[in-house]
Design a protein. Structure first.
Length: 354
């Protein structure tokens, strides 16, 4: 697959400032979180494009810490909700409270009114709660009683799922999974990264509080001084829309999405929303890597996170031992093997696998 129309377009001064802003954010995250470069890239892609991100990984991989440090790096508000089976929609959206002294209802806004919302273990909540959250994700506003409120801008939901424990969970249906622009799968850090995690942890010490002390955690070393402002983020979002996308690249995206709908191993292919997500994610990744034009490499590197949670293998394919990543390599043609090797090398270097 080749793209002959990208050209070597010069990077403007605003784009250069945006690239410097991105580098500063990644450096700040690296002060607290070891490795996880690819996850940080996916977080920035989602943030710059207004998409939502689903993270799949076992507990203890610094998902909450990552979102927290990202919000503080760009001066964004951040809330975390632990999803449980007894959670109600009002626990997230808010509710009307009756003041007994005046007999007047007052609106109490829920934790969804923030810039970054971490929905921890979203599949543990009942479908009614999931639907309430995902409706807000799509429409960017919520209705409490008779009033409708716009959500803050920017607004980004980062949901997590534990791929190990499935008891007492409610699997997200395909229509709701499609609302997530990206679904990234985390793995354990490399031995070198884990050694660095342990070294940093041993240096944390304790923090005196009242008459006693508590052991410090990584959250205690987060710097509250942001390296960027909301204006820097808005400039980055505008810069993404200035990244050049050729007609050839668009044709490749359309072809890839169409292949998911006709592949004999798939009973469910991608919707047009997947093609939109591929283009948006590729543009954001190009900007993060200092380019103002997309390349096939951008498409290959975001393909798994955009496509795999949107397709379903049929019974025959599952019985034959086929997997989603394997089918995706077939869909990408001769470049699928390149993607597999690149992912393997990235896992060895950064502690992640697709």
């Amino acid at each position: 697959m080749s793209d002959t129309n990208t050209g070597n377009l010069p990077i403007s001064e605003p784009q250069r400032r945006t690239v410097d802003f991105i580098d500063a954010v990644r450096a700040r995250v690296g002060e607290v979180v070891v490795g996880q470069d690819e996850v940080v890239e996916r977080l920035l892609i989602a943030l710059f494009t207004g998409g939502h991100l689903l993270l799949q990984g076992v507990p203890g991989l610094a998902k909450t810490l990552l979102v927290s440090v990202l919000s503080k790096s760009i001066d964004l508000s951040f809330n975390r909700v632990q999803f449980t089976v007894d959670l109600l929609p009002s626990d997230i959206l808010g509710s009307e409270i009756l003041d007994p002294r005046t007999n007047v209802f007052h609106t109490r806004k829920g934790p969804i009114f923030t810039n970054l919302l971490l929905a921890d273990e979203i599949n543990r909540a009942a479908p009614k709660v999931q639907s309430a959250l995902l409706e807000a994700m799509q429409e960017r506003r919520v209705t409490i009683g008779t009033e409708t409120f716009d959500l803050p801008a920017p607004f980004l939901v980062i949901a997590t799922q534990n791929p190990v424990e499935q008891a007492g969970t409610f699997e997200l249906p395909e229509a709701q999974l499609d609302r997530f622009m990206l679904c990234h799968r985390l793995s354990y850090p490399t031995p070198d990264e884990e050694r660095e995690v342990l070294r940093r942890n041993t240096r944390l010490g304790v923090r005196r509080q009242d008459r006693g002390a508590v052991a410090r955690t990584e959250f205690d070393v987060l710097s509250h001084e942001p390296v960027g402002s909301i204006d820097d983020l808005v400039s980055a979002m505008e810069a993404v829309h200035n990244v050049y996308v050729s007609d050839t690249f668009t044709d490749h995206v359309v072809e890839l999405v169409s292949r998911t709908r006709s592949h004999p191993a798939l009973e469910l292919g991608c919707s047009p929303r997947a093609g939109i997500a591929l283009v948006k994610a590729s543009r954001a990744r190009a900007l993060i890597h200092g380019r103002n034009y997309v390349t096939p490499e951008d498409l290959y590197r975001v393909a798994e996170d955009v496509i795999l949670h949107r397709v379903r293998l049929n019974y025959e394919a599952l019985a034959d031992g086929m997997t989603g990543p394997g089918v995706l390599r077939e869909l990408l043609g001769p470049h699928g093997e390149t993607l597999r090797q690149t992912s393997r090398n990235g896992a060895a270097a950064h502690g992640r696998v697709s």
